[in-house]
Write a protein that binds this ligand. Structure first.
Ligand SMILES: NC(=O)c1ccc[n+]([C@@H]2O[C@H](COP(=O)([O-])OP(=O)(O)OC[C@H]3O[C@@H](n4cnc5c(N)ncnc54)[C@H](OP(=O)(O)O)[C@@H]3O)[C@@H](O)[C@H]2O)c1
Length: 261
């Protein structure tokens, strides 16, 4: 089985790195030359990975074709290529509905969308898929977990909540900055916070707690520092700001679906 990638950037590098690390079963991976630095690096990592100078050749030769270009480049790239009717395609492109991709491709495709996260490189990803696709589930399952969304609305909700990645690191950035103003070296602050949050993620998934509310209570001694921290955060608008951010991103995703789909 030959896997093709149009767009060799951050997420393609993560997926290909993960597939190689997992020793996943595939015959060959064909990568588009752009980005040259990334495609060269990946081709050097395995003789099963090669760089194709011609995007059309990748489309023609792929059993499963991944679209991993930026949303703003998608129309120009897809409309310049010829696809086979019912060609098997996995779109990683955020916000663009499958119907729009098919209209740019000029034919009906056997298309599913996926939201891999950079952690697929370390086989610790969780990838939402819609509609379900056995080959997609098998490949992404080897890079962590694959989750089938039952509806496009569910898929959008996974996409919107996965957009919290930057916020997660932004919160840690603020906390590390605060620690450094207390005299702790940046590197030490980062190591400390990494360990705290890794431990919390493990606790959350290992202990089988039924809700985050339960975990928050378990991690907040009545009258203690954790309780005070969350109370001040919430009463200062922290939780409201989070809801507003989720709603705003949701509006953008839903508008893209209803206007372009
Ligand atoms: N990063 C993530 O965590 C993530 C997760 C899930 C989904 N996605 C989606 O995956 C897509 C790619 O994201 P990314 O973060 O990997 O972006 P990226 O790093 O910017 O990669 C996109 C790549 O497409 C290349 N490209 C542009 N025009 C091309 C063309 N005509 N032919 C072949 N390649 C071309 C770019 O090359 P140049 O560098 O030379 O311009 C770039 O290397 C986006 O639609 C994004 O929404 C990303």
């Amino acid at each position: 089985m030959r896997l093709g990638f149009i767009g060799t950037g951050v997420i393609t590098e993560a997926i290909v790195t993960g597939l190689l690390r997992a020793e996943a079963e595939f015959g060959e991976i064909c990568l588009s030359a752009r980005n040259r630095e990334v495609s060269t690096r990946l081709a050097q990592a395995s003789d099963r990975v090669r760089v194709c100078e011609d995007n059309q050749q990748i489309v023609d030769e792929s059993d499963l074709l991944f679209l991993a270009i930026r949303p703003q480049d998608a129309e120009a790239v897809l409309s310049s290529l010829r696809f086979r009717p019912q060609q098997h395609v996995c779109s990683l492109i955020a916000t663009i509905p499958a119907e729009m991709l098919e209209s740019w491709a000029g034919t009906d495709l056997r298309i599913f969308r996926a939201i891999p996260l950079p952690s697929v490189a370390a086989l610790g990803g969780v990838t939402a898929l819609f509609p379900s696709d056995p080959l997609g589930a098998s490949l992404f399952g080897q890079l962590g977990t694959a989750v089938d969304a039952r509806t496009i609305a569910e898929f959008d909700a996974f996409a919107i909540s996965s957009a919290l990645m930057g916020t997660y690191f932004g919160i840690l950035e603020s906390a590390a900055g605060w620690m450094s103003r207390c005299g702790i070296e940046n590197e030490d602050a980062k190591s400390y916070l990494d360990a705290v949050f890794l431990g919390l993620a493990r606790t959350s998934s290992d202990l089988g707690a039924s809700s985050y509310a339960e975990l928050r209570q378990e991690h907040s001694t009545p009258g203690g520092l954790n309780e005070q921290m969350f109370d001040v955060f919430a009463s200062s608008g922290g939780t409201e700001a989070l809801s507003k951010a989720l709603d705003t991103v949701a509006r953008r995703v839903h508008t893209a679906r209803t206007q372009e789909g």
